[in-house]
Each structure stands twice: as structure tokens, then as C-alpha cells.
Design a protein around this ligand. Structure first.
Ligand code: LLP
Length: 382
């Protein structure tokens, strides 16, 4: 991050600041980690950040796209992702989205229920197309992450239980215009403990044995996304441990000859390349606290309010100055949950200072809203 360069610009805040150089370096590291392995396919999870400028860079690096809506499929294809590299997940695919995906010729529908499978089959018949489908399996693995971003437990709404898999595949064989192509998993997000992915592999191996005993052949295994990023110290860990991540699957997952491995990382690719920039509007002295009131609120970055997420806060205008003051860092929105952090030590700060929320490239700008009829944050690129 080049603070001088940031401060020298006339920035309209709040805005997202993206370091495209870091994004390219991250993508190069990811590609190096899977070097020469043509049977590893990485589909970027567009939900993490759908900025066209970033999507284009990610598409150029040769990744596919993981989409969860018709809007994301359109954005991915417009940004240059080949349609056949698109996988489409989501528990509630609407007819128009299924039609759009069939028309575009996407690579795979990740199917989450039997009624959905039937609907895809009906629409594919109508359109004279064949839908390639993978079943999303709920492997009942605890990702030990925030409850709102855990997805692979039986109590979650996602996927089909492992025990119901054989009948589901048998059903797909009887339906017209769908072809069974694979298994899809995703256990949750923000996972830094790689052993959890090892446990996922064990569950996949168990399922593969069951399916094989039934004579069912599976061409594609999609392990989903979920690799975490370092929110505490972005400058120490700007690039995730893609090698360790890939090695975990190489070591634990028993792929059958010819089987293709798919992954859907989102956060780990874009989190560190983005930050939210805001300005101090007022420094307010309370009776027991002092508040740093910013022009950014949870409409710009909802993760702290929604998930109690921590983003490193820095006063870029006072870089290098000792953090001697304690502040509650808050936004302007008329809700008491519009608090980014409490009791944060920062250098003495004043109106007009630029405050950065680091590691905000993933699930930051995409989750912005216009609540209170606020303006959406803009974006600048380095
Ligand atoms: N594949 C599927 C099926 C998913 O549901 C997700 C994320 C991903 C891939 C990408 O996961 P990642 O590599 O980014 O962890 N808004 C939350 C995160 C929600 C994640 C939802 N699914 C946050 O701000 O932490």
C-alpha cells in the first residue's frame, strides 16, 4: 500500500481502494500453486467482489467463475470468463436464471435439491439443451467459523445429505436433458485451519467409496471455497497460503483416474487487495468515551455489524504517529449497530483524516446498500 499516493489524491470518500498489482501477484501465486496440474480448475467466487475491473483481471489469469445468480453469470461472461468455466450454485435458482444459464451454455449447475433438479430438467427439455449437473452435498463438517458463514452442517439449508446421494443420482439418470457430472461441496468461509479441509476430504473419500460400490462414475469433484485470509496483519500476510491449501487436497483427497478437481475461492483472492477509505467527520467527546465519527457506515462495509468481523483500522493521515488515543470508531447511520470497532487505539485523529479499513476487498463493496438513502461507495484503482 502506498499511503503517500493515496493521500495525494482528491478522493471522494467513502470509497474502495483496490490494489490491482497485489491482485495480479495473488493470482500468480495461486496459479503457481497449481502449476502444471491441468486437472485442477479454479472458479473464482464472484460473490466476493463483482467489480468488472477486477473480474477482467481474474478472467485474464485463466480462472473460471463460480456464480450464485443470473446477475453474476452475466457479469462473469461480460468480463471475459468463458461460459463453460462458469459453475452455478444457490438453493433458490429462479426460472429466468436457469434459462439464462442454459442459453449461455455454462459448465455446471450445482444442484441443491431434487425439486430444483426436476425444474432444471423441465426447462432444459423446453429449450432443447442438456444441463450438466453436480450435486451439492452437505458433508456435515463443522468449519469452526462464524455461525453466519458456516454452511456444511446438517442444520444448514444448503445441499443434499450424504445419505440421500445415491437416490438423487439415480433420479438424475431417469430425468431427460440432465447429465450427472459431479459432486459439489462447500463447508463454510474464512477457514485458516487447513485440517478442516482435510476432514472435508475424508468425507468426500467416504462418499466416493459408497458411489463406486453402486457402480456410479463421477467425473468432477468440486470442493468449494472457504480459504481464509489474515485480517489482523494484512501487511505480514498479503497473499494466502495457496500451496498449503492445494497440498491439503493433494494429500488427503483420493481422486480417481481422470477425475477433475474444482475449487471456488473468493475471499482469499480479493480480500487483501481492497480497503475501504473514509474520512473523519467529527471527533466527539462522550462522558466515558471518545467517538471517531466517520463518513463511512455499515452501508459501506457491513461485516463488522453483521458478523462482528474485525478489519484493521488505520489513520493514514497520521501514519507513523504513536497510537495514544482510544476511540470507538463509528459510522453516521441511525442505528446503534453502526459501530466498526470499540476501544481502538489510534494516533490522535482529527476531522478530515483518512481512515482505512484493511482487507475489505472481499464481501465489502458487494454487500454495500443504500439504507438511509446513502450513496453507494465509489472505487479507485491503483
Ligand atoms: N462456493 C460457495 C458455494 C459459497 O457459498 C461460497 C461463499 C464460496 C464458494 C466462496 O467462499 P470463500 O472462498 O469466499 O470463503 N459475506 C460473508 C461470506 C459469505 C460466504 C458465502 N459463500 C463474509 O463477509 O464473511
Amino acid at each position: 500500500m502506498n499511503t503517500e499516493q493515496i493521500l495525494s489524491q482528491t478522493l471522494e470518500t467513502p470509497c474502495y481502494y483496490y490494489n490491482t498489482k497485489l491482485l495480479r501477484t495473488t493470482l500468480a501465486a495461486l496459479n503457481a500453486a497449481r502449476a502444471n496440474q491441468r486437472d485442477i480448475h479454479v472458479h473464482y467466487a464472484v460473490k466476493a467482489n463483482a467489480r468488472p475491473e477486477l473480474l477482467r483481471i481474474i478472467a485474464e489469469a485463466g480462472l473460471g467463475a463460480d456464480c450464485v445468480s443470473g446477475g453474476e453469470i452475466k457479469a462473469a461472461i461480460e468480463a471475459g470468463f468463458p461460459a463453460e468455466s462458469v459453475v452455478f450454485a444457490g438453493v433458490g435458482k429462479a426460472d429466468w436464471e436457469i434459462r439464462l444459464a442454459l442459453e449461455a451454455g455454462i459448465g455446471m449447475f450445482n444442484v441443491e435439491s431434487l425439486p430444483e433438479l426436476e425444474r432444471i430438467s423441465e426447462l432444459a427439455v423446453e429449450m432443447g439443451k442438456t444441463a450438466r449437473v453436480a450435486f451439492r452435498i452437505n458433508p456435515n463438517v463443522d468449519a469452526h467459523t462464524h455461525e453466519k458463514i458456516t454452511t456444511g452442517l446438517n442444520e444448514n439449508k444448503f445441499g443434499i445429505a450424504m445419505e440421500d446421494m445415491v437416490p438423487a443420482i439415480r433420479m438424475s439418470e431417469t430425468l431427460p436433458s440432465v447429465s450427472y457430472e459431479g459432486l459439489h461441496f462447500h463447508i463454510g468461509s474464512s477457514i485458516l485451519n487447513l485440517d478442516i479441509f482435510g476432514r472435508l476430504c475424508e468425507r468426500i473419500n467416504e462418499l466416493q467409496d459408497i458411489l463406486e460400490a453402486e457402480g456410479i462414475q463421477t467425473r468432477n469433484i468440486n470442493v468449494g471455497g472457504g480459504l481464509g485470509t489474515h485480517y489482523e496483519d494484512p501487511d505480514v500476510h498479503p497473499i494466502p497460503d495457496f500451496i498449503g491449501y492445494m497440498d491439503t487436497f493433494r494429500k488427503h483427497l483420493k481422486l480417481r483416474p481422470g477425475q477433475q478437481l474444482h475449487m471456488e475461492p473468493g475471499r482469499s483472492i480479493v480480500a487483501q487487495c481492497g480497503m475501504l477509505l473514509s474520512r473523519v467527520l467529527y471527533v466527539k467527546q462522550g462522558h466515558e468515551k471518545q467517538f471517531l465519527i466517520l463518513d463511512a457506515g455499515f452501508t459501506d462495509l457491513i461485516r463488522p455489524a453483521f458478523y462482528n468481523a474485525h478489519h484493521l483500522v488505520q489513520n493514514l493521515s497520521a501514519e507513523g504517529v504513536e497510537p495514544t488515543e482510544r476511540y470507538d470508531v463509528v459510522g453516521p447511520i441511525c442505528e446503534s449497530s453502526d459501530v466498526f470497532q470499540t476501544g481502538t487505539m489510534l494516533p490522535p485523529s482529527k476531522r478530515g483524516d483518512i481512515i482505512a479499513f484493511r482487507t475489505a476487498g472481499a464481501y465489502g463493496e458487494v454487500m454495500a446498500s443504500q439504507y438511509n438513502l446513502r450513496r453507494l461507495p465509489g472505487a479507485v484503482f491503483e
